[in-house]
Design a protein around this ligand. Structure first.
Ligand SMILES: NC(=O)c1ccc[n+]([C@@H]2O[C@H](COP(=O)([O-])OP(=O)(O)OC[C@H]3O[C@@H](n4cnc5c(N)ncnc54)[C@H](OP(=O)(O)O)[C@@H]3O)[C@@H](O)[C@H]2O)c1
Length: 364
């Protein structure tokens, strides 16, 4: 019997975004009704059974996204026509083989094929030099805004062109591309692997180790926020729009996930005070402005280059996600939830953090 299902592959099944999305798709997406055959990618054999333990009819593939030929083979052999990539926001070389393989599947099956790339809000922020005097709307001309931006930051310079490269390459191959750009995502992950997000986990690590958090920008800067459940719902909305061929794609296919903004200073203060409370210390109402020495100390805790610290917890990101909302996405969690859930967030991060190890931590 010919399998008429649409084969969709989700990468990063053991990750925060990919793992949470996998659970969301299994539990809430009605894969069967939508006639989807769901595949997911892991790179360690022991993760196969962990996916199966989640339940749901999911076929697990083992592969490495850096192995271009291997990825092409997996996609072509399984006639996958939709790839949702959640492993690497920055590397065109991860997207390229997927797009090439999707083009082969398109030729073979004569069906539309789709590549959903997970980018990040940083690519659309002051960190790359995008004008912050107003909001950047994802249903505006994001493609040309990115094409014009003159990024000076040595790290971001390398990555700022990736979204447009993906769009151009996919278009040249007849593949529909979609750029999902999550901002600071928070909340407990739902997958079997990593359950904590990047920025809050890093802030908590710094606060535990140094007993302090800092104001990194001299002015109070604000950034877009997104709860993990809303993030998964956005991916699911985009996927539904992809299946119905209703989701804008290519140069019109940007999907900023945001539900308002938060202040880096206020968030840092809330996380620090949650940790202070756990350590029976009174709350503070101000953060010191970070000195060069503080930035170095933070980079030592995070084991990163000192230049990465301001890139991680500073800057402005004023983005508006209209495209997913037009497809029916309705996020539930906003800044009030972010700020009022700081204590639960800190407790969850401490419980789930498999990386933090800092002898002499000041707020353990
Ligand atoms: N979390 C956020 O708030 C956020 C916001 C915006 C953008 N992003 C971007 O979204 C991407 C995913 O973020 P995340 O928070 O979900 O990260 P994560 O929790 O670290 O997950 C990364 C996933 O990628 C897998 N992986 C890594 N290298 C791989 C490879 N070579 N081949 C196959 N799989 C590989 C990991 O598998 P293993 O278990 O084998 O390591 C894991 O499943 C990143 O590029 C991140 O920058 C994240």
């Amino acid at each position: 019997m010919v399998n008429s299902k649409t084969a969709a592959l989700l990468t990063g099944a053991s990750g925060y975004l990919g793992g949470s999305l996998l659970v969301h798709l299994i539990r809430k997406f009605e894969i069967e009704t939508r006639n989807v055959k769901l595949y997911t990618l892991v790179r360690k054999p022991e993760q196969v059974s962990q996916v199966h333990e989640l339940g749901g009819d999911v076929t697990v593939l083992i592969g490495d996204v850096m192995d271009a030929e291997g990825m092409k083979k997996l996609i072509i052999d399984n006639s996958i026509s939709i790839v949702i990539e959640t492993v690497d926001a920055r590397l065109f070389t991860v997207a390229q083989p997927c797009i090439e393989a999707l083009a082969v599947v398109k030729e073979k099956l004569s069906v539309p094929v789709h590549f959903v790339h997970t980018s990040g809000a940083k690519m659309h922020s002051s960190q790359v030099g995008i004008d912050q005097s107003g909001f950047l709307n994802d249903d505006g001309d994001v493609y040309n805004t990115l094409a014009r931006v003159d990024t000076q930051h040595p790290v971001m310079k390398k990555f700022v062109r990736v979204n447009n490269e993906i769009i151009d390459y996919a278009e040249s191959k007849g593949v529909r591309s979609y750029i999902v750009a999550p901002p600071m995502v928070y909340g407990p992950g739902k997958g079997f692997g990593n359950k904590i997000s990047i920025q809050n986990a890093a802030l908590v690590r710094v606060a535990r180790a140094l007993g302090q958090l800092y104001q990194i920008d001299t002015t109070d800067t604000i950034w877009a926020l997104m709860h993990i459940d809303d993030q998964c719902a956005l991916y699911a909305t985009v996927l539904a729009g992809v299946l119905d061929l209703k989701a804008p794609y290519g140069k019109d296919g940007f999907y900023f996930s945001e539900n308002g903004t938060f202040s880096w200073r206020q968030l840092s203060l809330a996380l620090l005070n949650a940790l202070r409370k756990r350590n029976s210390l009174d709350a503070v109402d101000k953060l010191p402005v970070a000195t060069e020495g503080d930035l170095v100390a933070m980079s030592q805790v995070l084991r990163c280059d000192v230049g990465m610290v301001p890139l991680s917890f500073a800057g402005n990101c004023l983005i508006r996600g209209n495209n997913a909302r037009k497809l029916g996405w309705t996020p539930q969690y906003g800044v009030e939830h972010l700020m009022s859930s700081a204590e639960e967030e800190v407790a969850f991060i401490i419980k789930e953090d498999k990386v933090f190890a800092f002898p002499g931590a000041k707020l353990p």
